[in-house]
Design a protein around this ligand. Structure first.
Ligand code: NOJ
Length: 973
């Protein structure tokens, strides 16, 4: 973020910037509250040449009666071998004489995990199109389907090549030659169609020196071949604009390779809700951007940008991009991953478009109408090759697994990092740190991590300290560590250009900065430290250098309890076009930045994570927070939603944003609790904590100009309410950690939109103001002031138990429930068991040896199940089997625990010790059913019971005498 940027042309912007920096970066908090995004700093689709051209093509298709895609696949060229179908694709609108030369390559890969990949590239381009995204995004090994798992099933020669595939042979893909189209079916039902609308378009690379113009001849749709030149319509003219150079707000993109964009439409047939393509401050179910009922005039934009005071309910690009989209209907679920890291835009159009109200009622209304809705999407990328994956599930869990088995799952984080983080820009000195740390202890509030923002450095030279303010960083970290607490410092990718700064000098010596378009000089631009250079994380030498800088002897003043925050990595360049780096700068291997923009932040993130891992001899897991992200970021660490504002609306939008990012593969994410800009009042701050404890990444953060707001500063009753919220998070840490384990194995999101748990209940498909944590907790944040009651939708046919009072609500239906100042509605789903630790401590580390509580919420059948995963919370020992994974189950009046771990190693000392920790309490809630005896083995155990409401009881069984890591059976009679 930069309070002033973008308000003027670069030079005046810079001088304004300098003034701001000189005055200690102070901009009035009032300004922060009233000003808003500078929309004019960022392109709309019509200002982005390739987006406008591809959209014009879509409009032309729509306006042309009987439009047919000009692309044809030569049937005779199709070959299916070892899971790969290949063929020649031609554009019949191009010069037919030259068409064999101008052909495109077509590949369809059947993968071992039932995913299908489709790739289209130029056959003999003047320069190769950039195809390197796969090298950084896909995790190896990439395996093709075995011959026995698919078969060609068409017999006649109708130009359609049909393959059946999938574990149960449930999927079919039909590749039509003329016009070119690919249709995917699940159990015979059409689900995903590529080029259904005929919007496939690819701008062939041409030689700029010979061109400076366009040789593609526009011809009409002459059915018998033959070219008939026509007068160019306005749409056709639009398709020839901004091909070779483009200027936006005074910055010119020199486009040395000219136009190279491509687009394709993807229809989700029979599916009205699509989700994903983060990051946007918008709803969970994506609103249409085209057609009747369009909510936005622009497509969703994917281009990592540092957007100052971002606007809500908007498809504008933000800090991260994931070109993943999931479609869901009552009968089917499917997803696509468009593997491209260049600027991308996605239009969404619904065939029934007026059902966009995310409220429950419209959905209930909609249920009564017999509709067969579909969603048509149009994907447009600036450069690279067309490379996409289609996942057909059939369940959500299958889709998350299929997708993350390609791009990677979330790395199991250090246990401390899922506890509470205290941040602000800035904690000003070592004394300040000591006082804030002590404040938590005085007020009996747990926290795990204290963060230092850019002001802790010597003049924004990362890896250094301002020694006047922080005279002894090692002592500072050690005194936090003594209480089980950690510290995080910020390290950004811009390097102050300064010969007296060792990183700057070494970067120059090693020649590892991003280069200008001349390929010689290093790119320079403006960021926090003033004139800066950007490390080229595409250069292996740069990555190694960067990682080595985290060694304790290099990063002076760092200790093993210091971790890292990577900010400004879109990258943010205050003096650059759209506050980022120009597209024509060059990376290692002369790769133009335009090809990899959305991945830059991830490359930085991964090099940092690598550095934190390799600084220790005994491998400790890293913790790195990043602002920019792309598909695969989850392998390196957490992300957050950037510079939000201290408003109720920003609190509200955090839920759909985090749900969207989570289902797109990055579950470890959070929003700044309290809101970054501005000053929350006590009520907003408290409500934000009550919501924030259910974010996978839970951190409070505040802008430099905001008033101090540590949890105790508003006094009572707020301090107690915030304390209670944070303690609640700590009590659920075993449950959260188990969910992190689960997502690290199969990619299932941690916080989940309701439709993932209730895929057949249409009332929840657009619901995004309440959500599930795992499969067990239902959370409804309060995001309006003065609220004491909330409407909650209880899905399913089972009961939901209030986690504080254990009062139940019966699903399905909307109920008004109490949400007084000291709580938001949170319910445990009947049929689940949640492991907890309920002794308040000052940090998660201090809870390590604490006993457990199991909260058992019985279903109407008297059943329940849940899991626990435990390990040392910091090392990679779990990869050698140093962990506990157990399932608890209640059935037939018996609570049992059994081992789920298949790893066959001798239990380490750690596993033995942790496994012997006892379960100190069972809380069993359920319908009335007198519990008269609890028996462990042949021993009776004491318990108390309490009637909650008619028809429901809670039983508290104290000290049942069993350990968390052992097999047991407890009879409940
Ligand atoms: C921008 C980040 O989004 C914000 O969280 C941070 O405080 C500032 N940069 C200063 O580093």
């Amino acid at each position: 973020m930069n309070p002033a940027r973008g308000r003027a042309q670069p030079t005046s912007h810079l001088s304004l910037k300098r003034t701001l920096l000189r005055s200690a970066l102070v901009l009035s908090a009032a300004l922060a509250c009233v000003s808003a995004v500078k929309r004019e700093d960022f392109k709309t689709c019509s200002q982005s040449g390739f987006c406008a051209r591809n959209r014009a093509y879509a409009d032309l298709a729509k306006e042309t009666p009987n439009w047919m895609s000009p692309f044809q696949l030569s049937s005779s060229s199709l070959k299916l071998q070892r899971g790969v179908l290949t063929g020649d694709l031609i554009n019949t609108q191009e010069d037919t004489q030259a068409s064999s030369k101008l052909g495109l390559t077509f590949e369809l890969h059947l993968l071992e995990n039932d995913a299908v990949r489709v790739r289209i590239n130029e056959r003999d381009p003047v320069h190769p199109r950039y195809d390197g995204v796969q090298d950084t995004v896909l995790v190896k090994p990439y395996e093709f389907a075995k011959d026995s798992t698919y078969q060609r099933v068409d017999t006649d020669n109708d130009g359609i090549f049909t393959i059946q595939y999938g574990a149960q042979n449930q999927n079919t893909v039909k590749v039509s030659s003329s016009p070119f189209k690919i249709e995917f079916f699940v159990n015979g039902v059409s689900t995903v169609v590529l080029n259904d609308e005929g919007l496939l378009r690819l701008e062939r690379l041409r030689d700029k020196s010979k061109e400076g113009g366009d040789d593609t001849k526009l011809v009409d749709q002459a059915p018998e071949g033959g070219e008939i030149k026509i007068e160019k319509s306005e749409l056709e003219r639009k398709m020839e604009e901004n091909l070779w150079e483009e200027t936006f707000k005074g910055s010119t993109d020199s486009k040395p390779r000219g136009p190279e964009s491509f687009g394709l439409d993807i229809t989700f047939s029979g599916i009205q809700h699509v989700y994903g393509v983060p990051e946007h401050a918008s709803s969970l179910s994506l609103k249409p951007t085209k057609g009747a009922g369009a909510a936005y005039s622009d497509p969703y934009r994917l281009y990592n940008l540092d957007v100052f005071e971002y606007e809500l309910d908007n498809p504008m690009a933000l800090y991260g991009s994931i070109p993943f989209m999931l479609g869901h209907s009552k009968n089917s679920t499917a997803a696509v991953f468009w593997m491209n890291a260049a600027e991308t835009w996605v239009d969404v159009e619904k065939t029934l478009s007026d059902e966009q109200d995310s409220g429950i009622l419209s959905w209930i209304k909609a249920k009564k109408v017999a509709l067969k809705p579909s969603t048509k999407t149009h994907w447009i990328s600036e450069a690279g090759v067309l490379d996409l994956f289609v996942f057909l599930g059939p369940t959500h869990r299958d889709i998350f697994h299929q997708y993350t088995s390609l791009v990677g799952t979330t790395a199991l984080p250090q246990a401390f990092s899922i506890a509470y983080h205290q941040c602000r820009w800035n904690y000003n000195s070592q004394q300040d740190v000591t006082e804030v740390d002590a404040g938590f202890d005085q007020h009996d509030i747990p926290y795990d991590v204290l963060w230092l923002d850019i002001e802790h450095t010597d003049g924004k030279r990362y890896f250094t300290w301002d020694h006047a303010k922080f005279p002894n960083p090692v002592d500072m970290q050690q005194s936090l560590d003594a209480k089980g607490r950690k510290m995080v410092t910020i390290i950004d990718p811009h390097i102050k250009k300064d010969d007296n700064y060792y990183v700057s000098k070494q970067g120059a010596e090693l020649d590892i900065y991003i280069k200008n378009k001349d390929g010689e000089s290093s790119f320079e631009g403006w960021c926090w430290p003033g004139n800066s250079q950007w490390i080229d994380f595409y250069n292996p030498k740069a990555r190694d250098y960067w990682a080595s800088q985290f060694a304790y002897d290099k990063y002076q003043g760092s200790t093993k309890s210091l971790f890292t925050w990577n900010d400004m990595n879109e990258p943010s360049v205050f003096s650059g076009p759209e506050i980022t780096i120009p597209k024509d700068v060059l990376h290692y291997g002369n790769v133009e930045h335009r090809n990899v923009h959305n991945l830059y932040g991830t490359m930085f993130h991964s090099a940092t994570a690598q550095g934190l891992t390799q600084r220790n001899e005994t491998n400790q897991r890293p913790f790195v927070l990043s602002r920019a992200f792309f598909a695969g970021t989850q392998r390196y660490g957490a992300i957050w939603t950037g510079d939000n504002m201290a408003t109720w609306e920003h609190l509200e939008v955090a839920s759909p944003m985090l749900l969207t990012i989570g289902l797109s593969g990055i579950p470890f994410s959070g929003a700044d609790v309290g809101g970054f800009f501005g000053n929350p009042d006590a009520e907003l701050l408290t409500r934000w904590y009550q919501a924030g404890i259910y974010y996978p990444f839970f951190r409070a953060h505040a802008h430099l100009d905001s008033k101090r707001r540590e949890p105790w500063l508003f006094g009572e009753p707020y301090t107690s309410q915030i304390r209670d919220a944070i303690r609640t998070r700590y009590s659920y840490l075993p449950f959260w950690y188990t969910l992190f384990h689960e997502t690290s194995v199969d990619g299932t999101p941690i916080i989940r939109p309701m439709f993932i748990e209730f895929p057949e209940d249409e009332a929840v498909f657009a619901l995004d103001n309440q959500y599930m944590v795992g499969n067990a907790l239902l959370v409804k944040p309060v995001s309006k002031p003065g609220v004491t009651e909330s409407e909650v939708y209880f899905a399913g046919n089972e009961k939901w138990f209030d986690i504080k009072s254990y009062k139940w609500e019966q699903g399905p239906g909307v109920k008004k429930v109490a949400s007084p100042a000291d709580k938001i509605p949170v319910y445990q789903r009947a049929g689940t068991i949640i492991p907890k630790r309920e002794r308040p401590r000052r940090s998660s580390k201090a809870m390590e040896n604490d006993p457990f509580t199991l909260v058992v919420a019985l279903s109407s059948q008297g059943e329940a199940s849940g899991r626990i995963y435990l390990d040392d919370g910091e090392s990679y020992g779990y990869q050698q089997g140093d962990f506990i994974l157990r399932e608890f189950r209640v059935s037939n009046g018996k609570l049992s625990s059994h081992n789920l771990k298949t790893f066959n190693n001798k239990p380490s000392d750690f596993v033995q010790r942790i496994g012997s920790l006892r379960i100190e309490r069972l809380v069993i809630v359920g319908e009335e059913k007198p519990l008269t005896k609890v028996t462990v083995g042949d021993k009776s155990v004491e318990f108390s019971s309490q009637k909650i409401v008619d028809g429901s009881y809670v039983y508290i069984v104290k000290e049942p005498g069993v350990a968390i890591g052992e097999d047991f059976e407890i009879l409940l009679r």
